[in-house]
Design a protein around this ligand. Structure first.
Ligand SMILES: [Cu+2]
Length: 491
C-alpha cells in the first residue's frame, strides 16, 4: 500500500476546487494527476459560457507506486481526464484539441445536448483530425453524474484512457460531509506495464468484450490497498461511473448500507442496495453513512463472476466520531424535469438482437447483403445484429433503423435473443425502464443505459423530443464495433 494511493483517494473530488477560489481555466492537480476543473462563478449574471479545454494526447502513468509506467491516451495528461464540474442550467464551452495521431471527437454521455454537440463522428460532426480543434457549446439541462469519452473507435480509444467525469450539481444539493467521484475502468497490460495491443479482436467482439487484467479506480490499480480514509459518523456521497469498455461491476460494501439516490444521474427514491450492478456507461450515486467504530476497516468488493476482487478499503481513522447517529438530513434529490411518456398513446417499436459466439447461429444483413455467422465474423469483423442488420461504425450510420416524429411517445421493446449481457445506451434522451420480461416495473426508473440480460426482453418508454440522429448502441464497446450500433432519427 503506497502513500500515493492514499493521497489519491482523499483528493478525489474534494470540494476544495470551489472553496479555494480557483480562477478560470486553472486546474488543481493531485499527486496522481486527477485534475479538477473548477471555475469561478460567472460575474454579473450575463450568460457567459464557462470554458475548459480538453487536449487528448498519448501519455504515461503508473497505475501503482513503483510499477512500470503504462502508455495511455489521456485528456490533459491524466487518466481519468479532468473532472468537469458545473451547475445545472449553465452553458459550457468545451474546446477539444486533438493531439492524437488518429481522428477523434468527444461525446458527453447522458447530457441532453443539441444533436450537433453530441460528438459522434460521421453522424453529428466530422471527425476531429489530428492537430485540429472542435468547440462544443451547450447548456446543461439536468443535474447528475455524467461522463465524457470519444465516440470514434471507442473500443480502442476509451480503454486507452480517454474518459473523464462531468458532474452537474443540483440547484440545492443534499447535505453530505464529503463527495467522491470514482471512475471505474480497467486496462489490459503486460508485465512491463505496456498496454496489450490487441484491440478489436473478433474473439473479444463476439464474446464478452475486451476485459482488462487490472481494474482501475480513477486511473490507479483498484484493490484492498487502495485506501479511502473515513471518519466515523460522516456521510459520503459517492458518484460511481463505469468507464470500462466491457467490464461489468457488481459491487458490495461490507459494514455499510449503500443507499442509491440516482441512476445515470437521475434521482430515484432512496433505497438500500445489497449489490450494485454497473454495466459499462452506467452510473450510480450512493449515500454512505460511515457509522463504524474508529480504527475499523471494510472492503468494497467486485463480486461479478468475471472479476472477483476488492476495489477499495474503507479505513476509519482514530478521530472521535463526527456524530453518533447518522445524519438526519434527507437523501432524496430533486428530480430533473424530463418529458413523461404517456403509455396510452405511445407507439411501439421493436428491436431484436442476435449474434455472438455462443447461442443460435445468426443470419444478418451487412451492406445490403445477407451474411451467415462465420461470414459476419470472418469477412466483416461483425458479430451482432439489430433487427437482422449489422452496422459498421462508419458505413451505415446515415441510414437510421428507426424514424420517430419529434414529440412522439415511444415504447421500445428490446428483445435480446443472444446469450450475452448488453448495456444498451440511447443518446440525447432518457427513458423509463417500464418492463422486464413483460413484468411491469412498479417504479420505472429513468436511465440512459439499461442492462439487457441474456435472452431478456426490456421495454423502455420515452418522448422523442430532441431532434436529430441519435446513436443507440451497446456500451460494451467491442459489441458496438461488432454491429450493435445504429441511429434513431427524430424529425
Ligand atoms: Cu453488447
Amino acid at each position: 500500500m503506497s502513500r500515493r494511493n492514499r493521497a489519491d483517494l482523499r483528493l478525489i473530488n474534494s470540494p476544495e476546487g470551489e472553496t479555494m477560489g480557483i480562477s478560470r481555466r486553472q486546474f488543481i492537480k493531485s499527486a496522481a494527476s486527477l485534475g479538477v476543473i473548477a471555475l469561478a462563478p460567472r460575474a454579473g449574471g450575463a450568460a457567459v459560457a464557462r470554458t475548459a479545454t480538453l487536449r487528448a494526447a498519448v501519455m504515461e502513468q503508473a497505475i501503482r507506486a513503483g510499477a512500470p509506467r503504462t502508455n495511455f491516451s489521456g485528456f490533459n495528461g491524466s487518466v481519468p481526464g479532468p473532472l468537469l464540474r458545473y451547475r445545472k442550467g449553465e452553458t459550457v464551452r468545451l474546446a477539444f484539441r486533438n493531439a492524437l495521431e488518429v481522428e477523434s471527437a468527444v461525446h458527453w454521455h447522458g447530457i441532453r445536448v443539441p444533436n450537433a454537440m453530441d460528438g459522434v463522428p460521421y453522424v453529428t460532426q466530422n471527425p476531429v483530425q489530428p492537430g485540429d480543434e472542435f468547440v462544443y457549446e451547450f447548456q446543461l439541462p439536468d443535474s447528475g453524474t455524467f461522463w465524457y469519452h470519444p465516440h470514434q473507435s471507442s473500443f480502442e480509444q476509451v480503454p486507452r484512457g480517454l474518459y473523464g467525469a462531468l458532474i452537474v450539481e443540483e440547484e440545492r444539493p443534499i447535505e453530505v460531509d464529503r463527495e467522491l467521484v470514482w471512475l471505474l475502468s480497467d486496462v489490459r497490460i503486460e508485465d512491463d506495464g505496456l498496454q496489450v495491443e490487441d484491440f478489436g479482436r473478433i474473439l473479444d467482439i463476439a464474446n464478452d468484450g475486451r476485459i482488462g487484467n487490472e481494474v482501475l479506480l480513477n486511473g490507479i490499480a483498484a484493490g484492498a490497498g487502495n485506501v479511502l480514509e473515513v471518519r466515523s459518523g460522516e456521510r459520503i456521497r459517492l458518484r460511481l461511473i463505469n468507464a470500462a469498455a466491457a467490464r461489468i461491476f457488481q459491487l458490495e460494501l461490507h459494514g455499510h448500507a449503500m443507499n442509491v439516490i440516482a441512476y445515470d444521474g437521475q434521482a430515484v427514491e432512496p433505497h438500500v442496495l445489497e449489490q450494485l450492478v454497473l454495466g459499462p456507461g452506467m452510473r450510480a450515486d450512493l449515500v454512505i453513512d460511515c457509522m463504524q467504530a474508529p480504527g475499523s476497516r471494510f472492503l468494497m468488493n467486485d463480486i461479478h463472476r468475471r472479476s472477483v476482487g476488492p476495489i477499495a478499503s474503507f479505513v476509519y481513522g482514530d478521530a472521535s466520531p463526527v456524530r453518533r447517529k447518522p445524519l438526519g438530513a434527507p437523501m432524496r434529490l430533486a428530480p430533473n424535469r424530463l418529458p413523461e411518456p404517456d403509455l396510452g398513446k405511445a407507439s411501439e417499436h421493436y428491436i431484436m438482437f442476435q449474434g455472438g459466439m455462443r447461442g443460435a447461429p445468426t443470419l444478418g444483413i451487412v451492406d445490403g447483403k445477407p451474411a451467415r455467422t462465420h461470414e459476419l465474423m470472418e469477412r466483416h469483423g461483425l458479430a451482432w445484429t439489430m433487427n437482422y442488420t449489422a452496422r459498421h461504425e462508419h458505413a451505415l450510420m446515415h441510414e437510421p433503423f428507426l424514424h420517430l416524429q419529434r414529440g412522439e411517445h415511444v415504447v421500445l421493446r428490446m428483445i435480446n435473443e443472444t446469450d450475452f449481457v448488453h448495456p444498451m445506451h440511447l443518446h440525447g434522451h432518457f427513458f423509463r425502464v417500464i418492463a422486464v420480461d413483460g413484468r411491469k416495473q412498479a417504479r420505472p426508473v429513468w436511465r440512459d443505459t439499461v442492462i439487457m440480460g441474456p435472452r431478456q426482453t426490456i421495454d423502455v418508454a420515452f418522448v422523442a423530443d430532441n431532434p436529430g440522429d441519435w446513436m443507440y448502441h451497446c456500451h460494451i464497446l467491442d459489441h458496438a464495433a461488432g454491429g450493435m450500433m445504429g441511429t434513431i432519427r427524430v424529425t
